[in-house]
Design a protein around this ligand. Structure first.
Ligand code: NAD
Ligand code: MG
Length: 382
């Protein structure tokens, strides 16, 4: 079977890991299309190494800089270019690894073109799961999770029937502030928030892990991917990040997927599914003693968790609003404009001022996203 892969966001953390997996797998796996935003130097390096037939860049200026080094690859420009590129006939699988709502249009376009989707870009589902999932069903398109928790759930689900699933247990590392007193956490610096204990990831998701918005986004992602109500998904803190999530069936059996924390494992599974190939990552070593710990999350210390459950129950435009406000608040924190402790408050205030639309179209969702970005910026500047 042909495995020609487009990597959207190839210069990011998931993108680079995906290229390492593709190299490890060898033929027929091949990166035929790449896309980058600001890191032109890395994109050029990737073009040299992987010789893609298509490359999407940010704008005309980036295209001008890359053209002489593109080795004959067709260049696509801007958001519209990305949407066009994923429709190419020489692409079988689209790995969606752009961060944020910016990744949504290309995901939708790839589904419409009936490409298999390996989905890392959880925000696309948080914003528009109500449209993305039915579109994928309608076109008979597989949406394969790359997020480690959702890959674990997807694997564990294969042990039983969907109607026999009692609940899904979504594990969370708890991030760098799991043991910090609330007061100290509220004033945490950017460097402290970026120091994740178990995962090495892009900036935005690392801050999301510190606030636990990442787990909130993942809760909503899981509702859409597995067709479950939020009441059937429980979050548990598991600091070692070895048990990537679990599925409990009605007979009381709990199935888990374990592996050392390395994103190359779930990326590879999404690319090789339904088969398995030798892994590139370190194997779980049980010759040395180690413990696995589990504890309930602290909803008071991490308001993002309760907010996400509420948003998952609200549906409609709520996910788009939560996601957009969070993107703005995270950027403001990274730029030093707000304290760490204000991120959740900005998101909560934006949601509370939003007029929910229950059955939004794509235009309604994009409008809710725009509204929430403005509103969050207003709240920050007050
Ligand atoms: P990153 O910041 O390292 O990389 C993001 C990529 O998206 C880069 O290639 C960047 O050029 C591109 N990009 C950013 N904004 C863009 C825009 N407006 N238009 C076009 N391209 C743009 O992020 P990451 O950590 O690789 O995460 C990517 C996605 O995968 C996120 O949705 C994240 O939640 C999800 N994810 C990441 C990890 C991880 O380990 N990093 C794990 C699970 C899920
Ligand atoms: Mg995850």
């Amino acid at each position: 079977m042909s495995k020609r892969i487009a990597i959207l966001g190839s210069t990011g953390s998931i993108g680079c890991n995906a290229l390492a997996v593709i190299e490890h797998l060898g033929a027929p796996y091949q990166a035929v299309a790449l896309s980058g935003n600001r890191n032109t130097a890395r994109l050029v390096e990737q073009i040299r190494q992987h010789r893609p037939s298509a490359v999407a860049v940010r704008d005309d200026e980036a295209a001008g800089a890359i053209a002489p080094l593109a080795g004959g690859a067709v260049l696509y420009r801007g958001a519209d270019g990305l949407v066009e590129m994923v429709q190419r006939d020489d692409i079988d699988i689209v790995l969606a690894a752009i961060v944020g709502a910016a990744g949504l249009p290309a995901v939708m376009s790839a589904i419409q073109a009936k490409k298999t989707i390996a989905l890392a870009n959880k925000e696309a589902l948080v914003v528009a799961g109500s449209l993305v999932i039915p579109e994928a069903k309608k076109r008979g398109v597989e949406l394969l999770p790359v997020d480690s928790e959702h890959s674990a759930i997807f694997q564990a689900m294969q042990a039983g029937r969907r109607e026999d699933v009692k609940r899904v247990i979504l594990t969370a590392s708890g991030g760098p502030f799991r043991d910090w007193p609330v007061q100290r956490m509220q004033q945490a610096t950017v460097d402290e928030a970026l120091a994740h204990p178990t995962w090495n990831m892009g900036g935005k998701i690392t801050i999301d892990s510190a606030t636990m918005f990442n787990k909130g986004l993942e809760l909503i992602e899981a509702c859409w991917l597995f067709g479950l109500p939020p009441s059937k998904i429980e979050i548990v803190i598991h600091p070692e990040s070895v048990v990537h999530s679990m599925v409990e069936f009605v007979d009381g059996s709990v199935l888990a997927q374990l592996s050392p924390p390395d994103m190359r494992t779930p990326i590879q599974y999404a690319l090789t599914w339904p088969h398995r190939r030798n892994g590139i990552s370190r194997m779980l070593d049980l010759t040395k003693a180690f413990s696995l710990n589990f504890e309930p999350p602290n909803f008071d210390k991490f308001p993002a968790l309760r907010l996400a459950y509420d948003v998952a129950c609200m549906g409609g435009t709520a996910g788009a609003v939560m996601n957009a406000a969070n993107e703005i608040a995270v950027s403001a924190f990274l730029e030093g404009n707000i304290a760490f402790g204000r991120i959740s408050a900005v998101v909560a205030d934006t949601i509370s001022q939003h007029q929910l639309q229950e059955h939004p179209s794509m235009d309604d969702l994009l409008e809710a996203d725009r509204w929430a970005r403005n509103q969050a910026n207003l709240i920050i500047s007050q």
